[in-house]
Ligand binder design. Sequence first.
Ligand SMILES: [Zn+2]
Length: 291
Amino acid sequence: MSLPLYQAPGLNRRKVGDILITMLSDGYLDVSFELLSGIEAVDAENILSLHNASRLPRININVYVIQTRERTILVDGGAGGINGWGNRLPVALAAAGIDPLQIDTILLTHAHPDHVGGLAGPQSTPFFPNVQQLFVHQNEYNFWTNDTIRSGAPDDFQPFFDLATNMFSAYDEKLVPFTHEDLLPGISAVPMPGHTAGHTGYLIANKGQSLLIWGDIVHFPHIQIDQPKVTIAFDSDPGAAASTRSRILDRASSENLAVTGMHFNMPASGLIERTGTNYRLIYDTWSPALI
Ligand SMILES: [Zn+2]
């Protein structure tokens, strides 16, 4: 008998009023701290050590399923194995007892490969064929489908356009490009431009409880929450990404708002605490109780 090669599926649930959120790990991708601007690699490692976190430059990838009375909603789709990244979403969904055929709605935070690679296969084959609506911010859709922007982008960025447009055509008639914030019962869009043109978070609120899924506000949670000015090479407008991060951290800390994101170190949520002029992330610990 051979031993498994992978970590067990990563799952964590929480409730927001009557809405159930399942946080799922799609795996990870390994990068380098050289991708960060505004901090030296050694200082990035020191921040992780201060939080008793691994010093590896490893970015975890998370995906969310939101189950309301009316809908089963997938928020992003993980990397789908692109460049060897992620692709643990199918086993995580199976472990959670969620059939991909149940998914009827997709909310997209943005169209980078580690968020859309798991939504469609080659020749625009949808991996979630029963989806009736895929919501994406109008500015995000416009960016990836604009031929002028694409022809002005560097060569190594072209595969990003291939993946995004392949995914958009997989869900062609189901696409709902939006500009308003009131999306679905209990779910509103929160514009967070900077990382990409139409980068968007989703605020889930029901019966006095709430959770903000903030997409890629951070890629290295402890580092960029401690030092919000630190940006990453994937940011399309680093200055806007940093100011959006500061604005959202200010809001989350002052409203005591539970937050979670695609690159949190576990499929977990947490709280943001202000520490003088900066912030820190306090992860929720895993609990066997669904409260
Ligand atoms: Zn990402």
